[in-house]
Design a protein around this ligand. Structure first.
Ligand SMILES: [Zn+2]
Length: 341
């Protein structure tokens, strides 16, 4: 692939703690030689693994951005073994605008991989990750939520990668978040995802859906911050005692999967979506999980959205207004434990 045009003001190989920026060249009418600045911090101390920890891949997903901003201030080289590279807002213009897609080019960073050296700002960031940052990393952490459009029961999630050693390490890292659910998901909405490129490069990829919707509860912030620290402790990158769910008197994490397209429910018509069940509820096959109401046709019965099969309601629509084709629910099913070995 061609050489990146993004300049980093930090040298990733210099020991110590360094704050800086990734400078993404782009032009606009009042800035012919402008740069989009993406904050980055490297904390490095001697031999050990490298973790690349990111959030704001989608701009409107904030718990991970806050957790990484905290780590950027708190982590010191003496607390680290190896190297931690922190990027709190991968899609900086989207994070500032509270949008999923970049307002600069309308692109979804999480559909832009492997990216383009000579592409739009979003494509250039994807290319920089693919060609510069992923090759430095052993562990790749990408913290998502459902954004404004979808609310998730806060969970860690992963793809079921083919390579067994990689899969085992991803399972262990996913469990280190100490979430109630761990979720095996499918790419039902396009290609070019960040985790897919990192997995292809053999990385241990650890990702989450830490809630969603506009407000973020204190509990979700706490879960995200404690989970991220615990993941870094688990991989030996920062000092501290690894916390388990048993330590907190919690039952084991429940593994669920939504690997079939039918596990994701889409609005058959536009209208007002009413969620009928709280997230985490067990639902039966054929059970309505939501209703679409029609303001312009009060005489019409609302349109039910039903579960395709029995399972647990893991995610539900964020905004009340839905357009035809919007994903409004995800129903997940228990996982065969043999898949996790
Ligand atoms: Zn996301």
């Amino acid at each position: 692939m061609s050489v990146t045009q993004i300049h980093s003001t930090v040298d990733f190989n210099t020991p110590g703690k360094h704050h800086g920026q990734l400078c993404v060249p782009y032009s606009y009418d009042l800035g012919g030689w402008a740069n989009l600045l993406v904050p980055v911090c490297v904390v490095s101390n001697g031999p050990g693994p490298t973790a690349l920890v990111m959030a704001g891949n989608h701009g409107d997903e904030y718990p991970g951005q806050v957790a990484i901003l905290r780590l950027m201030r708190e982590l010191e080289p003496e607390n680290v073994r190896g190297r931690v590279i922190l990027v709190p807002a991968l899609n900086m213009p989207a994070a500032k605008a509270a949008t999923r897609l970049s307002p600069l080019d309308g692109k979804n960073l999480n559909r832009a991989f492997p990216g383009r050296a000579d592409g739009t700002p979003t494509e250039m960031v994807a290319h920089f990750l693919t060609t510069v940052l992923f090759p430095l990393a052993d562990i790749v952490v990408d913290i998502h939520t459902g954004g404004r459009s979808l609310d998730f029961y806060p969970c860690a999630h992963m793809h079921l990668v083919e390579e067994r050693q990689q899969r085992k390490q991803m399972v262990e890292g996913t469990l280190a978040w100490n979430t109630d659910f761990a979720f095996l998901y499918a790419d039902i909405a396009g290609t070019g995802l960040l985790p897919v490129e990192a997995e292809r490069q053999g990385k241990i990829v650890i990702t989450t859906e830490m809630g969603g919707g506009e407000p973020v509860s204190a509990a979700v912030h706490r879960l995200t911050q404690n989970g991220l620290r615990n993941v870094l402790v688990h991989f030996g990158l920062i000092e501290g005692k690894k916390i388990t769910r048993r330590d907190q008197n919690l039952p084991p994490t429940r593994w669920v999967q939504a690997l079939s397209r039918d596990d994701y429910r889409f609005a058959p018509e536009s209208g007002i979506y009413e969620s009928l069940e709280p997230m985490g509820t067990e639902v039966a096959s054929g059970q309505p999980v939501g209703m679409i109401h029609f303001l312009e046709r009060p005489d019409r019965e609302p349109q039910p959205v039903v579960a395709n099969a029995a399972g647990v309601l893991l995610a539900t629509r964020g905004p009340s207004l839905v357009a035809q084709g919007d994903c409004v629910a995800c129903i997940a099913h228990d996982v065969d434990p043999a898949l996790l070995k």
